[in-house]
Write a protein that binds this ligand. Structure first.
Ligand SMILES: [Zn+2]
Length: 514
């Protein structure tokens, strides 16, 4: 009798376990746990192609000579600032708490854009004797005795493309004074060429320092040594200058005594007793950085050629459509659930997959489906991963959705106005969707930003137009067009979509880019 409560409890445990490892899917079929690296079709259409895998994330190096030269330059800068009375006064013993040192350029909305390839190597021995703050080996060292001294945060997916488009900005993790600045160096390094890097070093109020290295050439903040930066202030764009195998930020930290700090705190951090992050991210920060739809799979050419995402959101009838998901910190204990929904909400296909390896810093997987005799309209692709749902809309057949024209430099060049006598020349970047063959131009009165009306519904496929504006302050908007639809006119400063024109050219039907 005494064992009865125990038995009941044991039974409950067994039931709970059964429910967690054999989930009942929407179609009610009980599924066995998904084997590692295997695609399991849950319902609907079967893919006719699949692929993907891990990508080797960037790594870096600095020679002793480079380190010595930089150290001397920093010391000289600090001494010069001290002599002219411009060195910031110190507030000892309160180290900064870092904000995240990267952000998306304005106008971009990717769910993620980075991964981490290396932490500080806390094991002084070498080679291949690695210890990160969490007692793992996500770091590297070299046979010449170099143990990695920072955090390598790489941009992903398409790091070269992101660099070319200046999509990922490095920002100050903590406020302080610029004590070292370097720009003008080659930024497409694929290996250890012993070039110098483009970098900013910031001295903090407590005397500690943060180094931000490998920036894109010409992107470094115009602020000079001695000037101050606020937390979150722009410092540069992620690049691959110096000894670097691809675009990433090397973030290296020292305390006021010039001792190396590992800002990530964990059981094997033998350098400092607490985190230096305001909100330390998890060791495995698993997430989806991006999902795309495309007519062909992504292409990763040899370094340093920019990647081709081959992403589009409008597909003609009979297309094969590839569905690609880009992960950071993907683990084999994690499963993704993918679903493609028809325009009426019914499921065209759903499948599950988990990665085959214990950990990938960067990985991607894609599946291709032949669309034939299917419903036309707006479809939806969703990825469920680690309790998050990521979604992307695409159009199949008619009506075909339009892309948008770029709103920022990062997207390929915003609308530029040039006055020519009493006329204005408008020039803009092409739509992100190749099926958009024309553009419409709208004009409105500044002060009433919903007053725009169509000026012309065709520019004969040109990405420039000369128009004669009405009197007073005027604003102009460009819509991308195809045979049946017109794109969004972009977002307002509050993030909401701009209203359609008072008189517009075609029904609005606009999807995500690229
Ligand atoms: Zn590094």
């Amino acid at each position: 009798m005494k064992t009865r409560p125990f038995d009941v409890r044991a039974l409950l445990v067994v039931l709970a376990l059964a429910a967690s490892v054999v989930p009942a899917k929407a179609d009610g079929v009980q599924q066995a746990p998904i084997p590692k690296g295997v695609t399991r079709v849950v319902s609907g259409a079967h893919p006719n192609a699949s692929g993907g895998g891990p990508l080797e994330p960037p790594t870096d190096f600095m020679t002793d000579a480079q380190r010595e030269a930089i150290g001397k330059e920093v010391a000289d800068n600090v001494e010069r600032l001290r002599l002219v009375g411009k060195l910031a006064a110190l507030v000892p013993d309160v180290h900064p708490l870092f904000a995240w040192p990267l952000r998306l350029a304005p106008g971009l909305t990717d769910p993620g854009y980075h991964g981490i390839s290396n932490f500080v190597d806390l094991d002084p021995d070498f080679p291949n004797l690695l210890l990160d703050y969490n007692c793992g080996a996500r770091s590297y060292d070299r046979s010449d005795g170099y143990n990695h001294r920072g955090s390598d945060i790489f941009t992903w997916p398409w790091g070269w493309r992101k660099m070319d488009r200046s999509e990922i900005q490095i920002v100050a993790a903590a406020p302080g004074q610029i004590i070292y600045r370097s720009d003008g160096n080659f930024d497409r390094s694929c290996g250890f060429n012993n070039d110098n890097w483009n970098a900013i070093f910031v001295g903090h109020a407590d005397g500690s320092q943060a180094w931000y290295g490998h920036m894109k050439n010409g992107s470094v903040t115009p602020k000079q040594v001695g000037e101050f930066v606020a937390q979150g202030e722009y410092l540069g764009v992620v690049g691959s200058s110096g000894n670097s195998t691809g675009p990433h930020l090397h973030f290296e930290v020292y305390n006021a005594s010039s001792q190396l700090i590992e800002p990530w705190f964990g059981p094997c951090n033998n350098l400092n007793p607490e985190t230096w992050w305001a909100n330390q991210r998890p060791y495995y920060d698993s997430a989806v950085d991006r999902i795309t739809t495309g007519a062909t799979p992504v292409n990763f050419p040899a370094c340093p050629t920019a990647e081709s995402p081959n992403s589009q959101s409008a597909f003609p009838v009979g297309s094969t459509i590839y569905f690609t998901t880009y992960y950071r910190d993907q683990r084999d204990t994690q499963s993704s659930h993918y679903t493609i929904y028809r325009p009426n909400g019914s499921i065209y296909a759903s499948w599950d997959h988990s990665g085959p390896a214990a950990h990938y810093a960067a990985s991607y997987w894609y599946w291709g489906f032949v669309f034939s005799g299917e419903m036309q309209g707006t479809w939806r692709f969703t990825v469920e991963f680690e309790s998050q749902v990521y979604e992307r809309f695409f159009s199949y057949g008619s009506p075909a959705a339009c892309g948008i024209v770029p709103e920022t430099e990062a997207q390929g060049g915003p609308l530029v106005l040039q006055k020519i006598g009493t006329s204005v020349r408008l020039t803009w970047g092409a739509s992100c969707s190749p099926s958009d063959t024309d553009y419409s131009v709208y004009e409105g009165a500044i002060g009433n930003f919903s007053s725009h009306s169509r000026l012309t519904c065709t520019t004969s496929s040109n990405t420039t137009a000369i128009i004669a504006p009405a009197a007073g302050g005027r604003y102009f908007l460009i819509g991308a067009r195809n045979a049946t639809s017109e794109s969004s006119l972009g977002l307002m400063s509050n993030g909401a979509e701009r209203p359609v024109g008072v008189i517009s050219c075609a029904p609005r039907f606009s999807l995500q880019c690229p």
